[in-house]
Design a protein. Structure first.
Length: 230
């Protein structure tokens, strides 16, 4: 799954999603509020990628904010190793997002949660007041063409509303949101990567369609949500 994800993301197929993440990170990086009262103006921006996968999104932030202190975290030791190879200056930790996180209170200025489980109470604890959490979830239209062929599991409608319902009661306020939707060409090799990079890798329905010769146009459709920690 991780290798399929790395190859797909390296192809640039999800680059507009990465662009939106960087855009929503800009204000935290430039408004100066990541420094607490009395702290040196030299303190780096502290970024945590919670569910880092192969590290491509964190790598984009590392390029945009080269002086940041970056933590990549995932339940998979392989994922953390892949992320650290992509971002040698980062720190890495293997953890379970469902459990208490081994991260200090109010230590993160910015946290990412991209296609990963959420732990609202712990996220609220580790992100400082006036910090930011960026969450990316698929919409019901995400890769819909492959789902109609039986190649992938369905995405329940209303995921972004459920994210808000999880996060707002523990101290997050939705600051901005963007639906990123576009089409990508998907030949048999690309379809195999799209299916293989997620839970549908264990779902073999429609495998004849997966390896058919024709190229499809496949919809990428996600919600990028930016929450401020209040």
């Amino acid at each position: 799954m991780l290798e399929a994800r790395r190859r797909l993301l390296d192809s640039g197929a999800y680059e507009p999603v990465a662009d939106a993440i960087v855009h929503f990170a800009e204000n935290v990086a430039t408004d100066g509020t990541h420094r607490r009262k009395g702290e040196s103006s030299e303190r780096p921006l502290r970024i945590a990628d919670l569910g880092c996968g192969t590290g491509q999104y964190a790598q984009r932030l590392a390029v945009r904010f080269p002086d940041s202190a970056l933590l990549v975290a995932d339940r998979s030791p392989v994922a953390v190793r892949m992320s650290l190879r992509a971002i040698p200056a980062a720190s890495g930790v293997v953890l379970d997002l469902w459990r208490p996180l081994p991260i200090r209170d109010a230590s993160a200025d910015l946290a990412l949660n991209v296609f990963a489980p959420r732990n609202p109470v712990e996220f609220a604890r580790i992100i400082r007041p006036a910090g930011r959490l960026i969450v990316v979830v698929p919409t019901a239209e995400h890769l819909i063409e492959l789902r109609r062929l039986g190649l992938m599991l369905d995405v329940p409608a209303g995921k972004s509303e459920r994210v808000r319902a999880q996060l707002e009661p523990v101290g997050f306020q939705l600051g901005d949101a963007s639906t990123i939707e576009y089409a990508i060409p998907a030949d048999a090799a690309t379809r195999a990567l799209l299916v293989g990079m997620g839970p549908s890798a264990h779902h073999d329905a429609g495998s004849a369609q997966l390896f058919a010769d024709e190229e499809l146009s496949v919809t990428v459709s996600v919600e990028v949500l930016s929450f401020d920690r209040v």
